[in-house]
Each structure stands twice: as C-alpha cells, then as structure tokens.
Design a protein around this ligand. Structure first.
Ligand SMILES: [Fe+2]
Ligand SMILES: [Fe+2]
Length: 204
C-alpha cells in the first residue's frame, strides 16, 4: 500500500478509538457483547451476500466462504460467553456505522465491487483495533476472547484489501484515492458523538 499511514501508525485507520468509547464499553459490557454477536452474524451474512453478488468469481467465493465460516465460529464463541455470564439476550437495532459507511458505495459496477471491498476492509480493521483497545481495559473473560479475535480480524481486513486491489486493477480505477475518501468518512463516524452505544459507535 502506498497511501499515507495514520498518524498513530495504522495502515488503514486514520484515528484511534476515543478513550470515551472504551470507558463506556467497559460500563456497558452486556450491550457490547450482544451487539458484537450481531456484528459476527452480519459479517458472515455479508460474506455470503458477496458470494451471490459475484457468483462468477470463484476466488472471491472461496475467500468469502472461509470468512463466513470463521465469523460464525466467532459468533458461537461470543454466544457462549453471553450464556456463561448470564447476559439477557435482547433484540438490538444496529448503530449508524456500517449503514453510513456504505452510503457512498457506487450503485454501478465495476466501481461497486471496489467500494464494497474497501468498506469490508474498514469494518474489519476497526473491529480489530477495538478488540486490541478493549482486550486489556475490559478485563477477563471478555478481554481474553477479544485478544483471541484480534488476530483473525487483522487477517480479514487484509483479505478485503487484497480483493479491493484486485477489483480496482481489473476495473482500471484508482484505489488509493477511494480508500482516502472512505478513511475520512470512517474517522468522522468514529470521532463524532453518537447517541447510540454499539460496538462500532462514536464516543458518548
Ligand atoms: Fe469476527
Ligand atoms: Fe472479521
């Protein structure tokens, strides 16, 4: 990658998770876990949707199939922890993050595939960064699970980034400039005050 690295050293993300969000996550652990379980289900279902959307692309299908299986295993790990901790399951509406991040996604191909892969990379990279930020702060046993998931999410964002690069090369469109656009939007969603606490929300 040749784009400008973040000031704090992340290859994709422009801003670290605000301290205020980390403090809220430690206090609102139950909501965090329930929303996290939803994120894992959504990650699996997004991967499956991409297999249908790009059915002619066997390389993408193979990577997304493995990803979906891994995300469902993550779901099972979080669900087990939710049960063991006696957290009451509840239906939670999603936060603003993924919906807002996907708003600029092109409607038409071939740009659409590039954009979808970039969005996937950002969502995985932010999850990875949040697992690292929470791993120590939130304490065992949640912290232990998060530290274990951290490595997988780092791998996932590289899978999406590689697919974004491949799609951009095939389409003959600029990748770096597009990444910068999504990076700016992503940074705004992570730093702007957020009324709804979720796994990918902004600070309270
Ligand atoms: Fe995951
Ligand atoms: Fe993931």
């Amino acid at each position: 990658m040749t784009h400008t690295p973040a000031p704090y050293g992340h290859p994709l993300l422009r801003v670290p998770t605000p301290e205020g969000w980390v403090l809220e996550a430690c206090v609102r652990r139950d909501v965090l876990l329930i929303d996290h379980a939803n994120c894992e289900k959504k990650a699996a279902s997004t991967a499956l949707a991409l297999m249908f959307a790009y059915a002619e692309d066997l390389e993408l299908a193979g990577k997304m199939s493995r990803l979906a299986r891994e995300e469902l295993r993550h779901y099972e790990q979080v669900a087990e922890l939710i049960r063991n901790l006696g957290v009451t399951p509840q239906r939670l509406a999603p936060g603003r993050y993924a919906e807002r991040l996907r708003r600029p996604v092109a409607k038409a191909e071939p740009q659409r595939q590039v954009d979808l892969m970039i969005c996937g990379a950002f969502i995985e990279a932010r999850s990875c960064e949040r697992f690292a930020a929470l791993g120590e702060a939130i304490g065992a046993p949640v912290g232990e699970l998060f530290q274990g998931l951290h490595k997988a999410e780092a791998r996932h964002y590289r899978v999406y980034l590689d697919l974004a690069r491949r799609a951009a090369e095939r389409a003959g469109v600029a990748l770096e400039a597009r990444i910068e656009e999504f990076a700016a939007l992503e940074a705004e969603l992570i730093t702007a005050p957020d009324a709804v606490f979720r796994f990918h929300s902004g600070p309270p």
